[in-house]
Design a protein around this ligand. Structure first.
Ligand code: NAD
Length: 427
């Protein structure tokens, strides 16, 4: 790894925003408004454990920017959550929502915990405690959370129930990613992985690649990675390796992904799946393949391994899996990197559909959801891809520029930028 390589996700996020502001020739004040979250809240969540003791967990929520609408973003439960990570993820939500043209700003939450160590009752108490502590800052028109790593529709259901009992009414629009029975949207669970695969199909079309002749490697087999793996498998690509936190599996003849999904339900992980060889994370990322889908955590592709990545397309289903230095190296080597803010935007897009359905109280069919999602993802991909080829810039740089010009316009007309304020005073 290069000695100076930046690995702090918040520094990376701010650097990307700064570059885009400069590339667009915008005033420094745009960066000043975007470099810090508008609000950052830290809470302590006491939970009575099953053994009768009380344990205090730390929870964060970063409300990065609400120029375009209520802040929107998932809640992560993980032992490595840090304020910097939560802030970075909230910046990326602001940029992603703006890129897709959604009426949302960006937010993100995190709780320092290891859900694997918690009983279902403790997990419920923690989920309810988090939302109780954050309730004054949240609401359908203020801040709208969703699932992220280690949180799921059940966690959203507990949070929805807790908030609804605090405010005294069923508030379906409070958060998205809920179970269907509680106002969830059809297609939401699959939306992020499905959106990733839409962008891969668009990329393959532009690069004249036939997906049925490709091989795919997926890091992470959770909500996002398992859906992406299954949809790539359905599209005829040979998925040759998948990985989870406790182990990975490689089979050069192709893995039977539907069988692996059943195996995971039974065993809790793909590690140990018999029809393949075990593989390490480092080996998996540098396997000979056409498409690599990092769908786990940040900083997986760095200057340490970017020279050895063999894929032709890297589709960032995870947030922040690639450092800027690694992005530069892979781009120079002719690899097409579909940046996270585009490749995983299917999740927030269907979250938006869920919120719209909740506010209307009228629900769509799965076909309607999927076809609207595919249309929006294809359009966003083509827009970014065409600008990338016309201007000879990285997909990521173009995507940030599109997103930030929209945000800057909103902040300007709201009167947040100095030129706008002085115009107002003069008139
Ligand atoms: P998840 O908890 O369902 O799955 C995470 C997966 O990553 C698991 O398979 C886990 O075993 C694996 N993993 C964790 N640490 C790993 C490691 N060190 N090495 C290899 N594998 C590891 O989470 P998810 O919702 O699928 O989220 C995955 C990524 O996608 C995250 O970066 C998240 O921010 C991003 N994302 C999620 C959504 C969503 O809708 N869930 C939307 C946009 C982006």
């Amino acid at each position: 790894m290069a000695a100076t390589e930046v690995l702090d996700p918040y520094e990376i996020a701010k650097g990307l925003v700064k570059d885009a502001v400069e590339n667009l020739g915008l005033d420094d004040s745009v960066y000043e408004l975007l470099k810090n979250p508008q609000k950052f809240v830290e809470v302590s969540i006491p939970v009575e454990m099953d053994d009768g003791s009380v344990q205090s967990f730390i929870g964060y929520r970063s409300f990065h920017n609400n120029a375009l609408g209520p802040t929107k973003g998932g809640i992560r439960f993980h032992p490595d959550v840090t304020p910097e990570e939560v802030k970075a993820l909230s910046v990326w939500m602001t940029i992603k929502s703006s890129l897709l043209g959604l009426p949302y700003g960006g937010g993100k939450g995190g709780v320092l915990c290891n859900p694997a160590d918690l009983s279902p009752r403790e997990l419920e108490a923690l989920s309810r405690g988090y939302i109780r502590a954050m309730a004054p800052h949240m609401g359908p028109y203020k801040d709208v959370p969703a699932p992220d790593v280690n949180t799921n529709p059940q966690v959203m259901a507990w949070m929805f129930d807790e908030y609804s009992s605090i405010v005294g009414e069923n508030t379906f629009g409070l958060l998205t990613g809920k179970p269907l029975i509680l106002g969830g949207s059809k297609g939401r669970v699959e939306a992020t992985g499905r959106g990733t695969v839409v962008t891969i199909k668009q990329a393959a079309n532009h690069l004249d690649m036939n997906l049925a002749e490709t091989t795919t490697v997926v890091q992470g087999f959770g909500n996002v990675g398992s859906v992406a793996a299954r949809l790539m498998h359905d599209a005829g690509s040979k998925v040759i390796a998948v990985m989870e936190v406790d182990g990975g599996v490689y089979n050069p003849e192709g893995l039977d992904i539907p069988k692996m999904l059943e195996y995971k339900v039974e065993h809790g992980s793909v590690a140990g799946y018999p029809d393949g060889e075990p593989i390490s994370n480092d080996e998996l990322l540098t396997l000979e393949c056409d498409i690599l889908i990092p769908a786990a955590l940040e900083n997986q592709i760095t200057s340490r391994n970017a020279h050895d990545i063999k894929a032709k397309i890297v589709a960032e289903a995870a947030n922040g899996p690639t450092t800027p230095e690694a992005d530069r190296i892979m781009t120079e080597r002719g690899i097409l990197v579909i940046p996270d803010i585009l490749a995983n935007a299917g999740g927030v897009t269907v979250s938006y559909f869920e919120w719209v359905q909740n506010l209307y109280g009228y629900y769509w069919t799965e076909e309607e959801v999927n076809s609207k999602l595919e249309q929006m993802m294809r359009q966003a991909f083509d827009w970014v891809y065409n600008m990338h080829t016309e201007r000879g810039m990285k997909m990521r740089d173009v995507a940030y520029m599109v997103a930030i010009s929209r945000l800057a316009e909103a902040m300007k007309v709201r009167g947040w930028l100095p030129a706008q304020r002085s115009t107002y005073r003069r008139s």
